[in-house]
Design a protein around this ligand. Structure first.
Ligand code: GLA
Length: 400
C-alpha cells in the first residue's frame, strides 16, 4: 500500500498548528483502526455472524474544542477542507469524506449534546474505498473524540451505534454494525466473533502458527457501490417479508438451514431474494464452523471456508467483480495458499488470503505480475497485524 506505514503524532500536531493557528488552545489526539473481515460477509445487517479484526492502520485525528461555533475540518489525505458555521453542519457537504464527521456531529446534536465548535485534522493510512472500513474508522474516531471533548458520557457501544446511525441516515449507506463495532472493539492479535443480532461477541486469538493473512488490494475503481449495497439490503428485506408469512423470525440471520429448505417455495417467485437468502444462511454456518476450526488449529478447514465464502459472494450474493475474481484465482494458485476471498462490501476493494508466512514475498511478486497481465491493474499488498481499537493516541506515535 502506498500510504505511510506509521503515523507521527508530533508531526501531525505541527501541521494542525500550521493550519489552525492558536497554539494557546490545547489539542488532543485520537486513533481508530480499519478492519479486515475474515469471514461472514453481508450477514451483519440481517442479524448474522461476522468475524473481523482491527488492523494496524487507521485514522489519526488531532482535534480541539474551540467554543466559537465554527467547525474547521481538514485532512492530510485530501485537498478538500471545510469551515462551517453552527447552522451548516446539519446537512451533507457534497459527496466526500467530510460527511462522515458531519454525520457524527449531527447524531450527537440530535441526541441533545450541544456542540460549540471544533478544529479537526485527520490523517489516514487505510486505502479509501478498499473494503477496509476507512469510513467507519473516521466515524468512530470522531465519535470517540466528541464524546471526550464534550463530556457526552456515551459508552463505547453507544458510540458504535451512533456512528452506524450517522452512516445510515446522514451518508445514506444502509450498512450493518460490523465495521463500526470492529473498529471500536478491536484487540491486538485477536479477531472477534460477533453476533450482529444480539451483539454478543467473543475475542478469539488469531493463532496462525506459521501462516499469515495477506490483504491484496485490486485497486479497481469502485463505482455504484453504495447503491448496489443498498439494493442488497432491500433484497434481503424482501426475502424476510416473504418468509415471515410462514415463520416467526425477526431477521434473516435467524433462519436455520432446515427452515430455509422447508420453506424454499416462499421465495420461489423471487429467485434473486432466494439466492441472497441462501448466501446468508450458508455464510452464517461457515462462520460457525470457521471459528472453532481456527481455534483448534485446523487452518486448512478455515481456508476452505474462506474459499466457499468467496464463491457464494460471487455467485449467490453477486458482489464480486472481475478483478476480485482474478486476484482470488491467482492467489489460490500460489504455493501453500489455504484460502482466499473478497473482504468487505466487494465490487472491487480487497481480498484476504491465508498462506504460509515464509512465502509472502514471493506471493506478492508473482501475484502482482499475473494480476497485472490479467487486468492491467497494479495490486497492493499488506500483511495483517491485528491492532487495538479506538482510543487516545500518545505523543510519540500511536503505537507506543
Ligand atoms: C460494508 C458494510 C458492513 C458489511 C460489509 C459486508 O463494509 O459497511 O456493514 O455489511 O460491507 O459484509
Amino acid at each position: 500500500m502506498r500510504q505511510e506505514d506509521r503515523f507521527d503524532v508530533g508531526r501531525l500536531r505541527e501541521r494542525f498548528s500550521e493550519r489552525f493557528g492558536r497554539p494557546d488552545l490545547p489539542s488532543e489526539a485520537f486513533f481508530a483502526p480499519g478492519r479486515v473481515n475474515l469471514i461472514g460477509e453481508y450477514t451483519d445487517f440481517t442479524g448474522g455472524l461476522v468475524f473481523p479484526c482491527g488492523v494496524d492502520r487507521g485514522t489519526l485525528l488531532i482535534v480541539r474544542r474551540t467554543h466559537d461555533s465554527r467547525y474547521r475540518l481538514a485532512s492530510t489525505n485530501f485537498d478538500l477542507t471545510a469551515e462551517l458555521g453552527q447552522h451548516e453542519i446539519d446537512r451533507t457537504y457534497g459527496d466526500n469524506w467530510i460527511n462522515y464527521p458531519l454525520g457524527v456531529f449531527d447524531r450527537f446534536r440530535r441526541e441533545g449534546v450541544e456542540l460549540d465548535g471544533m478544529d479537526c485534522l485527520y490523517t489516514g493510512n487505510i486505502p479509501n474505498g478498499a473494503g477496509l472500513s476507512s469510513s467507519a474508522s473516521i466515524e468512530v474516531v470522531t465519535a470517540f473524540a466528541v464524546n471526550e471533548l464534550f463530556g457526552a458520557k456515551r459508552s463505547l457501544l453507544e458510540l458504535v451505534r451512533l456512528a452506524q446511525a450517522a452512516e445510515n441516515e446522514f451518508v445514506g449507506m444502509q450498512c450493518g454494525i460490523m465495521d463500526q463495532f470492529a473498529v471500536a472493539f478491536a484487540e491486538p492479535d485477536h479477531a472477534m466473533q460477533l453476533d450482529c443480532g444480539t451483539l454478543e461477541h467473543r475475542q478469539v486469538p488469531l493463532a496462525l502458527a506459521h501462516h499469515a493473512l495477506v490483504v491484496s488490494n485490486t485497486n479497481q475503481r469502485r463505482e455504484l457501490n453504495e447503491s448496489a449495497y443498498n439494493e442488497r439490503v432491500a433484497e434481503c428485506a424482501r426475502a424476510l417479508a416473504a418468509l415471515r408469512e410462514r415463520l416467526p423470525i425477526a431477521a434473516l440471520g435467524e433462519l436455520s438451514a432446515e427452515d430455509f429448505i422447508a420453506h424454499a417455495d416462499a421465495l420461489a417467485e423471487d429467485p434473486v431474494a432466494a439466492r441472497r437468502t441462501r448466501h446468508i444462511v450458508e455464510e452464517n454456518a461457515r462462520v460457525r464452523a470457521a471459528v472453532p476450526a481456527l481455534e483448534s488449529g485446523d487452518l486448512a478447514a478455515f481456508g476452505q471456508l474462506m474459499n466457499a465464502s468467496h464463491e457464494s459472494l460471487r455467485d449467490l450474493f453477486e458482489v464480486s467483480s472481475e478483478p476480485l475474481d482474478h486476484l482470488v484465482r491467482i492467489a489460490r494458485d500460489q504455493p501453500g495458499v489455504l484460502g482466499s476471498r473478497l473482504t468487505g462490501a466487494g465490487f472491487g476493494g480487497c481480498t484476504v488470503t491465508l498462506m504460509p508466512s515464509e512465502g509472502v514475498s514471493a506471493f506478492e511478486r508473482t501475484v502482482e505480475r499475473e494480476y497485472r497481465d490479467a487486468t492491467g491493474l497494479t495490486a497492493d499488498f499488506y500483511t495483517i497485524r491485528p491492532g487495538p481499537g479506538v482510543g487516545r493516541a500518545d505523543g510519540a506515535g500511536w503505537r507506543s
